[in-house]
Design a protein around this ligand. Structure first.
Ligand SMILES: Cc1cc2nc3c(=O)[nH]c(=O)nc-3n(C[C@H](O)[C@H](O)[C@H](O)COP(=O)(O)O)c2cc1C
Length: 414
């Protein structure tokens, strides 16, 4: 570590397409009304965050032939929403997740350049290739691209967008909006190393983060790029309280709220790949075995697919764990599905976040609150000042564009 503290980058993820939101909390608000988005974006801007982030889900998720009950029907479309947020914020970056598998290059390039104009240089694009086969049905082509073709298409779309952005007169303030990539395969990491300004990842835990950080940074030289040209930004959740002990207690309550009985059964079915609705979530694990093979119960779920080929093996491990610790279905699913990244007093959380960044695990975090829209308030009021005091986080924005906030080079496409 050099004498200069590495600066932490922070973003606010408006929850969506997620299992984190605690809907039963009385403070839990709408995921559709504009006020909720304004509230979270303005809180993040008050705390001098780099950007406000929206995920994308272009179809409702299905599970066992029904709509997944954690999905929000009628969620606002990201670019329209961010354009409206540009008018009620001044400095914070505005990041939209957009899939290259379904969107077209020209519309995407034009929309992002428009957002960049409307926001005076605050537009960002989290480029994803999507994994949900069901989404294709909502588009004219109707088809889901085979996995092997998705990053090739991603490269074509981004290449075309780059050609348009750099040729247009007058170009938008950033010329090229900030590009993140969220995909974890070798191809995804290589795509990020070649083209992106940052990578959104699930590798947020310290040791796993350090390995991921070394991996992706190590890919940059091949493309004539420096380590600082690609920022590593894991998603992270947090639970804060006055003391560490209170925070641990609260975190356990939040985890149970995130995994209700019916949700526990849904998670279990993702592994078992069969209808388990007759089982009591407060009872023991099923004695029937999983159905091996591709997921038929949740064909769009990354999680469900990740078990393919090892369903029985994982089920046996889960049964052993449940028997050893006396866990019900719901207890076990709470353990498996719902770990918070940072739990503790503001000091503990600030120390841990800074340790990740100074310790080469990442450049910062995209924070996902479990209550919307007020779930970032305590972080903004109590953790951010501690990070500022130790010189790891800005006290005010130095520049005006998202590229400047992130310390990225301006201009030309990678
Ligand atoms: C942290 C993270 C966040 C993601 N968010 C989204 C999203 O909001 N919308 C989406 O369609 N896909 C999302 N994805 C999945 C991407 O579509 C990704 O391209 C897909 O997992 C296939 O790529 P891969 O095999 O390289 O991981 C996300 C992936 C990661 C790792």
């Amino acid at each position: 570590m050099s004498g200069v503290r590495r600066q932490i980058h922070l973003a606010a993820h408006f929850p969506g397409v997620n299992n984190t939101t605690v809907w039963s909390d009385p403070a839990s608000g709408s995921h559709i009304e504009f006020d909720s988005f304004v509230r979270l974006a303005q809180t993040a801007e008050r705390a001098k965050f780099d950007f406000f982030f929206l995920a994308e889900g272009l179809s409702m998720r299905e599970h066992a032939g029904r709509l997944h009950d954690l999905d929000v029907a009628g969620r606002p479309e990201s670019l329209t929403l961010l354009a409206a947020l540009a008018a009620v914020t001044e400095r914070i970056g505005l990041m939209a997740t957009l899939t290259t598998t379904y969107h077209e290059a020209y519309e995407t390039a034009l929309q992002l350049a428009t957002l960049d104009h409307l926001s005076d240089g605050r537009a960002g694009w989290n480029l994803v290739t999507s994994s949900d086969a069901l989404t294709g049905g909502n588009f004219r082509r109707g088809a889901y691209l085979p996995y092997a073709d998705r990053y090739a298409r991603g490269g074509d779309v981004l290449g075309a967008a780059d050609a348009m952005w750099s040729s247009w007169q007058p170009h938008s303030p950033q010329t090229r909006p900030v590009i993140l990539q969220a995909g974890d395969s070798d191809a995804g990491r290589e795509f990020a190393a070649a083209h992106a300004d940052g990578i959104f990842t699930r590798h947020g835990e310290l040791a796993a983060g350090q390995a991921f950080f070394a991996d992706v940074k190590g890919r940059l030289a091949r493309y004539g790029r420096e380590p600082d040209d690609l920022l590593v930004l894991p998603g992270a959740t947090f639970v804060l309280a006055d003391s560490d002990a209170e925070a641990q207690e609260l975190a356990a309550i939040v985890r149970r709220q995130q995994v209700s009985g019916p949700t526990a059964i849904v998670f279990l079915e993702q592994l078992w790949n069969r209808d388990l609705s007759a089982y009591d979530p407060d009872g023991p694990l099923p004695d029937v075995d999983p159905i091996e093979g591709e997921s038929t119960i949740a064909p769009g779920s990354i999680q469900a697919r990740s078990f393919t080929g090892r369903r029985r093996q994982v089920a046996d491990a889960w049964r052993e764990r449940a028997a050893a610790d006396g866990l019900s279905i719901r207890d076990l699913m709470v353990e498996m599905a719902s770990r918070q990244s940072f739990v503790g007093s503001p000091q503990t959380v600030a120390d841990a976040i800074d340790a990740h960044v100074q310790g080469d695990a990442c450049e910062g975090f995209i924070l996902i609150p479990h209550v919307t829209p007020g779930g970032l308030d305590a972080f903004a009021d109590r953790v951010v000042p501690l990070l500022q005091e130790r010189g790891s986080f800005r006290r005010d924005y130095a520049g005006t564009t998202l590229r400047e906030h992130l310390g990225l080079r301006t201009g030309a496409p990678a």
